[in-house]
Design a protein around this ligand. Sequence first.
Ligand SMILES: Cc1cc2nc3c(=O)[nH]c(=O)nc-3n(C[C@H](O)[C@H](O)[C@H](O)COP(=O)(O)OP(=O)(O)OC[C@H]3O[C@@H](n4cnc5c(N)ncnc54)[C@H](O)[C@@H]3O)c2cc1C
Length: 482
Amino acid sequence: MRTNRGAEKQQAEVVVVGTGPGGATSAHILAEHGREVLLLEEGPDLPLESCPPFSVEEMVQKYRAGGLNPALGNAKLTFVEARTVGGGSEINSGLYHRTPAEILERWRDDFKVRESLESDLLPHFEYCEQALGVGTYPGLPPLASRKLEEGAKALGWRACEVPRWFKYDRAPGPDGCADGTRQSMTKTFLPRALQAGARLLPETYAQRLVRSTNGWKISAIRKGKLIEIRARTVFICGGALQTPLLLRRSGITKNVGNSLAMHPTAKVVARFNDQVNHEALGVAVHQVKEFSPRISFGCSVSSRPHLALALSDYPELGRKIGEQWRHMAVYYAMITGPHTGTIRPVFGLRDPLIRYSLSALDLQDLSTALRRLARLLLAAGATTVYPAMPDSRPITAEDELSAIPSELPASRSNLMTIHLFSSCPMGEDAARCATNSMGRVHGTNGLIVNDASLIPTAPGVNPQGTVMALARRNTLHFLGKL
Ligand SMILES: Cc1cc2nc3c(=O)[nH]c(=O)nc-3n(C[C@H](O)[C@H](O)[C@H](O)COP(=O)(O)OP(=O)(O)OC[C@H]3O[C@@H](n4cnc5c(N)ncnc54)[C@H](O)[C@@H]3O)c2cc1C
């Protein structure tokens, strides 16, 4: 590590790097158990209300690189990460799932993960659900959401309403839209951590860690100036891309950043005769789980900028969004992708190089997923479905579904993901895992990963519930309370 005599010096018993769901869950439990905690966060300290949800301002203020980060590989794929106090919880949809039991069993069998079955995680799920007020919609959900349920019912497929961490202020109006407040980390665990004495340094980027006599020395940049921070224990919670980047930059590379997984997602826009979209539409709460965990369908944010983006392959229609947007919504088909992506530091650059490729089977499954989604939307009464892919044709009837090729052409794919994990998998199998089952980095003392990086494979459901439950379990284990 570079030493700098003029550098500001700080110290704490425990440093938590990153304030997203992993970091905030860890920090409030540590602080409430009397530990001296210092939180470092690269992004700014902004209130949830600093911008309207899902707006362009939100992307500018709270997304890393404005939300457009490419992964290199055989398919065109972009990913989204937050960079703000509270991490992804400040920008996400708040859709909550517990980890499916079959996925937890797979982690036990394939990665030798201990104490992670449904019964082990139940108290942690329940704690987080209560703390964040996870609950169902306070009335009839918006029509764009119910279209998924209607289409699934017509085809005999399984659909469900997904609960959210959201405090509803009022019952929905006639349009099915209800106001309220996302129960993000800045509304829940972070104030609790600060109340219990934790300190927060926003706009502070941890660059590198070095072992020291009694723990770790962290070199960080705060508003352009170097800071050196000493800590007995470091919890690394920078998210699935930044955590392995920090570890690799610090020379800790075994099974780190070699197994990134995600949920690659393809989108369509559906047009209905009914009015399905509204200024206050917000988040749709239905998902179709007939083919899960491999394939899931849902409704994305469908505000005018999001519609315009999804229709970028249909410029004629894109120009008419002003007249037609009330009859349109964006839907997605997502698959559980492979865990073979890599994350590598690039000399002189702050952001890492991400490589991620899909197999022929993944591309076939994405095509199957898109065809099934289009079929479901037609069954729900869509007059036209527009796959968000270059050179594709609008679909108006079932016999046109074959216009979607049976294997999504990688070069023409237009995929994105908001779910990233598995870059530092946990488990007792030291040959393939970066940490033990409780997040401690194999071969180190006082270094704990506690975020989405730990999740061994794509869970097939929205991941924040899993991130928080694992983070609570690991933190209580660290404190000797389990
Ligand atoms: C648009 C969007 C919608 C989503 N919707 C849902 C949903 O509805 N339900 C769901 O379950 N999940 C959803 N997710 C995923 C969910 O938000 C993530 O799984 C979750 O936030 C991961 O938590 P984390 O703590 O691992 O990392 P993050 O939330 O990514 O937090 C990491 C934090 O660490 C900071 N950081 C990184 N590196 C450093 C460093 N070196 N120094 C200092 N700070 C650093 C980052 O700035 C960031 O704030 C969504 C994600 C996105 C982007």
